[in-house]
Design a protein around this ligand. Structure first.
Ligand SMILES: [Cu+2]
Length: 154
């Protein structure tokens, strides 16, 4: 009598935990499916849970004598950007992005590839923004006061 009661209790716990496992599995599956949709970042830059998942972007940037055709850009913190650079001027130019310390010629700088653009040269500058909002400055090393620009991280 005690024995059969005990067995009944065991069965109860067994089926209860089985039901719980199935419920957990179902929950895991449905949430997993939702995350799967996130593998391709949405165009709106922010996922449902508010996580910033802005994907890489690229911009064309033309160098003139002596100016950046476009010299103001807006990115999200942590976003990767590729600048596709063309020297449409006749002078030598390049592009150097300050990494966030507000100073040039420091370790966190990123310089275009190549670091010297003769007239007509094309190249790139690939850079990943720091993870915080703020303003980043960039310039041409050959015309450091005339050729400047800013990247706003917001
Ligand atoms: Cu220049």
């Amino acid at each position: 009598m005690f024995n059969s009661e005990h067995r009944g209790l065991n069965l109860f716990f067994l089926s209860a935990s089985l039901i719980l496992s199935i419920a957990l599995l179902a929950a895991a599956c449905s949430s997993g499916g939702g995350d799967g949709d996130g593998e391709t970042p949405a165009a709106d830059e922010t996922s449902a849970d508010g996580t910033d998942n802005a994907g890489p972007v690229s911009f064309d940037i033309s160098l003139g004598d002596n100016f950046f055709e476009a010299n103001e850009f807006t990115l999200s913190p942590g976003q990767e950007v590729t600048f596709n650079i063309t020297n449409n001027g006749s002078a030598v130019h390049n592009m150097r992005v300050d990494g966030g310390d507000g100073e040039y010629d420091t370790d966190d700088d990123t310089v275009s590839d190549p670091d010297v653009f003769q007239a007509g040269d094309t190249g790139t500058l690939v850079w990943t923004a720091p993870g915080e909002t703020g303003a980043i400055i960039f310039r041409c090393d050959f015309h450091p006061t005339e050729m400047t620009g800013a990247i706003s991280l917001e």
